[in-house]
Design a protein around this ligand. Structure first.
Ligand SMILES: Nc1ncnc2c1ncn2[C@@H]1O[C@H](COP(=O)(O)OP(=O)(O)O)[C@@H](O)[C@H]1O
Ligand SMILES: [Mg+2]
Length: 221
């Protein structure tokens, strides 16, 4: 089953009144459920722009993004917010955890925001998979970077979203911890049939993924 499809996706940024930046120049990609994919490219190649379009964080200039059966750019602001919450999980370079909540509370937050019952068994399973059992009462300040990123991954998984988008998820981690985090993402993709897209400039990280999509000057090769 195809969970994500972009068609002739373009993004032009206006810089001042004169200069246009063509950040995406017609991107076509298709991703199947359960795939663990890397989008790799140098700095400025358009990775974050592409992720922002796929995640519905910004509108494209042309083309379409279809997630499951929904062309997300046809959604109104409020519908898009709800769609995003239910169908897209985000993992960022700087973890974006809520500092006043402990690990467990951070992980179940997406369920609570959506007014959903907590599936205790599934949440416990995720906590085990991400090796966070001993830390559930700890606040983010008292966690290492690698532990914080594991919490962010658990939080992204908890909703069973159509796609998890991870933008340079190991950007703040040392290389050993980076490999561990990527291995855990990979294991999660396999275990939960979870589609995961990792955006990275690192060839080493990309090589750990099941499929590599290369982007250069806003074009996918
Ligand atoms: N908000 C913006 N306004 C103007 N130009 C932007 C904006 N965001 C990104 N760009 C430009 O678009 C291109 C792609 O950027 P980006 O998607 O951030 O690349 P990457 O994530 O691969 O480093 C770059 O030339 C960048 O300078
Ligand atoms: Mg970027």
């Amino acid at each position: 089953m195809i969970v994500l499809k972009t068609k002739d996706l373009k993004k032009v940024y206006q810089q001042g009144s004169e200069v246009e930046v063509h950040a995406l120049q017609g991107v076509d990609i298709e991703i199947e459920q359960g795939e663990f994919v890397a989008i790799v490219g140098t700095s400025g190649s358009g990775k974050t722009t592409l992720l922002n379009m796929i995640g519905g964080l910004d509108y494209s200039s042309k083309g379409s993004v279809t997630i499951l059966d929904t062309d997300i750019e046809t959604l109104k602001d409020k519908e898009l917010t709800i769609f995003r919450r239910r169908n897209i999980g985000f993992v960022f370079q700087n973890y974006n955890l809520i500092s006043t909540l402990n690990v467990y509370e951070n992980i179940v937050l997406p369920l609570q925001l959506d007014g959903k019952q907590i599936d205790v068994e599934f949440v416990d399973n995720i906590i085990d998979t991400l090796k966070l059992k001993e830390k559930i009462h700890t606040v983010p300040l008292n966690l290492s970077g690698g532990q914080q990123q594991r919490v962010a991954i658990a939080r992204a998984l908890v909703n069973k979203p159509a796609i998890i988008l991870a933008d340079e998820p190991t950007g703040n981690l040392d290389s050993k911890t980076s490999m561990e985090v990527i291995e855990l993402l990979k294991m999660s993709a396999a275990k939960y049939q979870q589609t995961i897209i990792v955006v990275t400039h690192s060839e080493e990280i990309a090589q750990l993924c099941d499929r590599i999509i290369r982007i250069e000057d806003g074009l996918v090769g």
